[in-house]
Each structure stands twice: as structure tokens, then as C-alpha cells.
Write a protein that binds this ligand. Structure first.
Ligand code: 13P
Ligand code: SF4
Length: 325
């Protein structure tokens, strides 16, 4: 089937099923193109709850579809790609220790083993009474075990808004380091990371800047702290879209997954965008295709439904974040 035929079938079926298609900023170009809305992880879930629809086709990774289900329990949430997980979200568990063997393509061929029999509940026991802020890149049960959530753009604000001098931030060590740098509070961190962003080193920034000396450098806070410190601006994927759109600069080095370049180029015709490194690719984000979107709509697969006993406390953590932000 050609791309045009796929698109036509999807649009017809979408109407018939009263469905909306939401796509994360890292999705393949053709998936973003067909979406009703594209955005960062939290924007997508919040937007999902505002649509008067029966079905949400969530083109992203598992934790994002879970967030949509947490905020829209009456809608059917479909995740078209099988096993589209976020390895960083999988680096923390609530109470069942597990050793994860992860092999990240292009990331120094490292097989990463994590965590060493340590869980979020162990962490809470080690620091009794210290509030837990979980990044939205976590599974629903980790959110349910947390006091607050935060996003890549509001982490500092959330930590500053909590009535405690010490805060536990999980699972991303790099986001936690960025928050620690920008708050007076003591931050206790987990040792998780995103292999797409963590692979970037200062030498990569130096190389990109010398290739494009007039370019402004924007970074995602999942990059290492020493890389973020070289950036002109550090924010979420949609924060980057807004920043580049509002900026008078004409050239930008983009320190995040290369899928963001699709919208940056589409929305800013007079400006030039360069990936910080060409291998900033998230394989899980690229698992969704037009074919899998069509299959999901035709067969109602795979339904992501967070059980009520997890959904209610997870929503509380998200709501507390929204109150502060
Ligand atoms: P954003 O929420 O900034 O879109 O980030 C999601 C993500 O997975 C980053 O790697
Ligand atoms: Fe997870 Fe990184 Fe992929 Fe984002 S880019 S979904 S944090 S692995």
C-alpha cells in the first residue's frame, strides 16, 4: 500500500471511530504529519483529555500513553507500536528489584545493568519523609508511588514549590543534576539516564559550534550537566519549538532527538537547524509507522489502560505538579 493510500484509510477510519491521533515531537515525519496534535510528553496527555473523542491513538512510548489513560480514564487509549518502551522509565521499579540488561545501539556498545537490587521503596526507606518527584518519563506505578511529577521544563519550579529542603528526584540523573544546579535545595538522585541524550559529550558541542559558529545551542535537560552548561537555553522539546520560533537568531544546534527537526523546519522557513549529533535517535520512538497506526485503528490494539488503584494515586502526583506549575 502506498503512503497516500495508508493516509486515506487512516483518516476515514479515524472519523468512523471518532478517534484523534496524537504524536510526540520525536515521531517519524509521516506520523507527525497525520497527527491531530503534536507536542511534548505532558502537553500530549493534557491535550488528550480535552478532545471530545472515544479513541486516542497515541504515537509515542508506553509511559506517555499511560499518562493519557491516567488523565482520560473514559477514553480508549491505543499505542500502535508494540514494545515501544522508554529504557529510562524502565530503570526504576516500585518494589520488585530487577536487573535490566540494556544494549543501546551506538552508545559505546554498552550493555547496561541496572538497578542493583534497589527499588523506589528502598530509596524512600533510606530517606524517610523526603518527598519524591518523579519525571513524567516513568511508568504509572512509579508515579503512583511518588508525591509529585515534573516535566523536562518545570522540574526546578516544582522542586522550589515543595515545602521541604530535601527532595528525591527520579529516575533521570541528568535532569536531577540540572535541577540541583538551579535550586538551593538538596537533591537526592536516582542513577537513570536516557541513552539518546547521555551519549553527548562536550567535544560534540565544541565540534557542532565550530561547524556552525553563528548558531544558538539549545539542549534538553536529559543531556549531561556539563553539556547543558554550554547551552544558550535548556528546556523540553516543545520549549525548544517555542524558543526557536521566538528567537531572532537564524541558526540553531538542536541538542535532542532528531525527530524534533521536522517541526522546527516546517514552522521556521527562514531559519536553519542542525542536529547536535546525527545519531540522536530513539529507536522506540521510531517504532510507530503509518502501517502500525492503521493496524491499531482497524483492530483496536494495543489498549493501554491503567488500573484504578494505580491511576488514582498517579493522577494525584500529576495534579500536584499542575497545581504548582
Ligand atoms: P519532552 O517531554 O521534552 O518531549 O521529552 C520526552 C522525552 O522522552 C525526552 O527524551
Ligand atoms: Fe526515553 Fe530517551 Fe527515548 Fe525519550 S528519547 S523516550 S527518554 S529513551
Amino acid at each position: 500500500m502506498s503512503l497516500d493510500e495508508l493516509r486515506e484509510k487512516i483518516l476515514k477510519l479515524k472519523q468512523k471511530k471518532n478517534a484523534v491521533i496524537l504524536a510526540h515531537n520525536y515521531q517519524r515525519d509521516e506520523v507527525q504529519e497525520i497527527a491531530d496534535f503534536t507536542g511534548d510528553s505532558l502537553e500530549l496527555s493534557r491535550r488528550a483529555s480535552t478532545y471530545d473523542c472515544d479513541v486516542i491513538v497515541f504515537c509515542g512510548v508506553n509511559f506517555m500513553a499511560e499518562s493519557a489513560s491516567i488523565l482520560s480514564p473514559d477514553k480508549t487509549v491505543l499505542l500502535p507500536a508494540m514494545e515501544a518502551d522508554c529504557p529510562m522509565a524502565d530503570m526504576i521499579t516500585v518494589d520488585k528489584p530487577r536487573i535490566l540488561r540494556m544494549n543501546f545501539p551506538g552508545y559505546n556498545d554498552v550493555t547496561y545493568e541496572y538497578p542493583e537490587k534497589f527499588t523506589l521503596r528502598d530509596m524512600k526507606k533510606r530517606y524517610p519523609g523526603v518527598p519524591v518527584v518523579s519525571y513524567v518519563n516513568t511508568t504509572a506505578d512509579v508515579k503512583a508511588e511518588s508525591d509529585y511529577c515534573c516535566t523536562s521544563s518545570n522540574g526546578v519550579k516544582i522542586v522550589d514549590g515543595i515545602d521541604s529542603d530535601r527532595v528525591i528526584c527520579v529516575p533521570d540523573r541528568n535532569l536531577a543534576a540540572w535541577i540541583a544546579k538551579n535550586t538551593k535545595k538538596e537533591i537526592i538522585t536516582w542513577d537513570g539516564f536516557c541513552h539518546v541524550h547521555d551519549r553527548i559529550r562536550q567535544v560534540d558541542v565544541v565540534a557542532a559550534k565550530s561547524a556552525h559558529p553563528a548558531a544558538v545551542f539549545v539542549a534538553h535537560p536529559e543531556c549531561r550537566l556539563d553539556v547543558c552548561e554550554m547551552a544558550d537555553h535548556v528546556t523540553s522539546t516543545s520549549g525548544m519549538l517555542r524558543y526557536c520560533w521566538e528567537s531572532d537568531a537564524k541558526e540553531f544546534i538542536i541538542g535532542t532527538e532528531t525527530g524534533l527537526l521536522y517541526r522546527l523546519r516546517l514552522e521556521n522557513s527562514g531559519k536553519r537547524f542542525y542536529p547536535l549529533r546525527n545519531d540522536m535517535l530513539c529507536p522506540n520512538m521510531k517504532k510507530t509507522s503509518l502501517r502500525s497506526v492503521l493496524f491499531a485503528l482497524e483492530n483496536n490494539t494495543q489498549v493501554i489502560k491503567v488500573p484504578e488503584e494505580i491511576r488514582v494515586p498517579a493522577k494525584r502526583a500529576l495534579d500536584r505538579m499542575l497545581e504548582i506549575a
